[in-house]
Design a protein around this ligand. Structure first.
Ligand SMILES: Nc1ncnc2c1ncn2[C@@H]1O[C@H](COP(=O)(O)OP(=O)(O)OP(=O)(O)O)[C@@H](O)[C@H]1O
Ligand SMILES: [Mg+2]
Length: 212
């Protein structure tokens, strides 16, 4: 029998490239865990608190060149700090399960991979101002072509990063996989190229043993 993990997973994030199915799976997991009697807070980044949602509008809407990557790192980190203070930490302190649609790994990839030295800045700022990782991260792995066609199939004004194209998506996929290899205790990879219910079943297989 596998021994129960030392810390139960209360803070769970979903990560992956655009259109991989993170929001769909985060929602489905929240519904399932609630049906099992858990108290769940479903939240997202950027955003998840009133102040961070205001920053979300600043970073996701408008011209792709609106912010430099460095400014973006600051804005995302500011949003994350507010989200942690106002939403995530209070929920964890109250004994709830927090499911977060994207967290710091997204900044490590989306901003960290856009130029030399940026990843080190992301990590330094994270250590200084955030200092917290999820207990468990579900990486929804997906090929960029399918992911991008799914993401672009939806309407909305939040397309700043989706116009970055397939090359960056491919590098981010590889980057997410590297992160998963570096943090095998925290990050578990699930195959996103299956139908929605099959992905959800795999997610539950990963999450359930970690709740105990
Ligand atoms: N397993 C799946 N098979 C087919 N379509 C899916 C699957 N999962 C999600 N979708 C659809 O693909 C689109 C993108 O899914 P979703 O919004 O969950 O992805 P996401 O990873 O949150 O995207 P983004 O990075 O843009 O936030 C949605 O229209 C969703 O209904
Ligand atoms: Mg989403």
């Amino acid at each position: 029998m596998t021994p129960a993990p030392a810390t139960p997973a209360r803070f769970i994030s979903f990560e992956g490239i655009d259109g991989s199915g993170k929001s769909t799976q985060a929602r489905m997991l929240a519904d399932t865990l609630r049906a099992h009697g858990h108290d769940v807070v479903l939240t997202r980044e950027p955003g998840g608190s009133p102040g961070a949602e205001e920053i979300r509008r600043l970073v996701l809407e408008g011209d792709p060149d609106r912010w430099s990557p460095e400014t973006e790192i600051l804005l995302f980190t500011a949003a994350r700090r507010d989200h942690l203070e106002r939403t995530i930490c209070p929920a964890l302190d109250a004994g709830k399960i927090v499911i977060c649609d994207r967290f710091a790994d997204s900044t490590r990839m989306y901003q960290g991979l856009r130029g030399p030295g940026l990843r080190a800045q992301v990590d330094a700022l994270h250590d200084l101002m955030i200092g917290q990782e999820p207990d468990l991260t579900v990486l929804v792995d997906m090929d960029p072509e399918t992911g991008l066609s799914r993401a672009l199939g939806r309407n909305g004004g939040e397309e700043r990063f989706e116009t970055f194209g397939q090359d960056l998506q491919a590098r981010m996929r590889a980057g997410f996989r590297d992160l998963a290899a570096q943090h095998p205790d925290r990050i578990v990879t699930v195959n996103g190229a299956q139908d929605v219910d099959a992905v959800a079943a795999d997610v539950l297989t990963v999450v359930e043993p970690r709740l105990r």
